[in-house]
Design a binder for this molecule. Structure first.
Ligand SMILES: C[S@@+](CC[C@H](N)C(=O)[O-])C[C@H]1O[C@@H](n2cnc3c(N)ncnc32)[C@H](O)[C@@H]1O
Length: 94
């Protein structure tokens, strides 16, 4: 039987500083989806410029900024994943 360790950390996925480099074998995540309306507020709270762009109907700019927020998460995911580790990312269709 395989034994596993579980540690629950509640926080911002852009800052996983309590997780050492290359220490995670599997990441499974379902991030908020850029330009799916129900996640607009979540992104807007993370970056006020996104909120401003959405209000001005600058959808392309908002989309780009939302992805820049997610890029900060992907940087952390790449850092903590072990060599050969797997990241499973659930993405929305548009
Ligand atoms: C598409 S939903 C996934 C929901 C999850 N699968 C569940 O069943 O509860 C995206 C989730 O990511 C959270 N979230 C958004 N930005 C985050 C961040 N920077 N760090 C951690 N969680 C975040 C949202 O609050 C939301 O709960």
């Amino acid at each position: 039987m395989i034994s596993t360790n579980h540690r629950l950390i509640i926080g911002d996925a852009k800052n996983l500083d309590r997780v050492p480099d290359e220490s995670v074998d599997l990441v499974v995540t379902s991030p908020p989806y850029p330009m799916i309306e129900m996640w607009d507020e979540t992104f807007g709270l993370q970056n006020r410029e996104i909120e401003r762009m959405l209000r001005k109907n600058e959808d392309g700019k908002a989309f780009e900024l939302m992805h820049r927020e997610l890029d900060l998460v992907w940087n952390e995911v790449a850092r903590v994943l072990s060599r050969g580790g797997i990241a499973c990312i659930n993405i929305g269709e548009r």
